[in-house]
Design a protein around this ligand. Structure first.
Ligand code: HEC
Length: 190
């Protein structure tokens, strides 16, 4: 296990502690993001091992995880969960200004051995509706390189499939330990 992975696993376990009776958005966000992060990693690892990286392409989507629906049922306070990044594969995940400011701040001080703490941000939509958002950083692990790495790290068939499905793909050439993006857990704010 790399040092980075040990840190991420440890922080996931910490966030999975039992929640108080009336948990705050920060506590819920922590739990939801930690579980989805772990679920994504495990699913990708399993699918790559059992079916190969090309077949696993469909599984790097939160919507593809049964866990996402389970978490939505368990925490009705959560309005939505999504992912974003400064360099995206799917343009639908492109950051808005609030996302971008969080990601840029993290990137400027990024140290993979001590990833930044998650942050809460308030966001006001054009119609005045307010949201509270919980942002958790997502680092690049070895498992991610088959689809987000560079050169021969991405098998030819995977590269061809990505070019076909994501012609505007910007999410390659990452190295292990880089900041990949964020998991964002959103709540309605009064
Ligand atoms: C088998 C290929 C594959 C692997 C392995 C993989 N991804 Fe992805 N990743 C994708 C695809 C395809 C998308 C676009 C999903 C979509 O359409 O929303 C994506 C999108 C993302 C996004 C959303 C932002 C964007 O670029 O659209 C993040 C964040 C992300 N991946 C992180 C990771 C991390 C972290 C790992 C390793 C734990 C990983 N990925 C491993 C294929 C992969």
């Amino acid at each position: 296990m790399t040092t980075l992975r040990r840190i991420m696993v440890a922080s996931g376990a910490l966030a999975a502690t039992v929640l108080a009776a009336d948990p705050s958005p920060g506590e819920i966000g922590g739990q939801v993001a930690a579980r989805l992060f772990a679920g994504l990693m495990t699913t990708l690892q399993e699918k790559i091992a059992s079916e190969g990286p090309e077949a696993a392409i469909a599984y790097c989507r939160l919507e593809a995880l049964p866990l996402t629906a389970e978490v939505a049922d368990e925490f009705p306070q959560v309005k939505n969960v999504r992912r974003t990044a400064l360099r995206v594969r799917n343009p639908a995940n492109a950051p808005d200004d609030t996302d971008r400011s969080v990601l840029e701040e993290w990137l400027a001080a990024w140290n993979p051995l001590s990833p930044p703490e998650p942050v809460m941000k308030e966001f006001t939509a054009d119609d005045g509706a307010k949201e509270l958002r919980y942002y958790r950083p997502v680092p690049v692990m070895a498992t991610c390189l088959a689809c987000h790495g560079s050169g021969a790290e991405i098998p030819g068939k995977v590269r061809a499939a990505l070019q076909r499905d994501y012609p505007q793909d910007e999410a390659v050439d990452f190295r292990e330990g880089d900041l990949r993006g964020a998991i964002v857990v959103t709540f309605d704010a009064e």
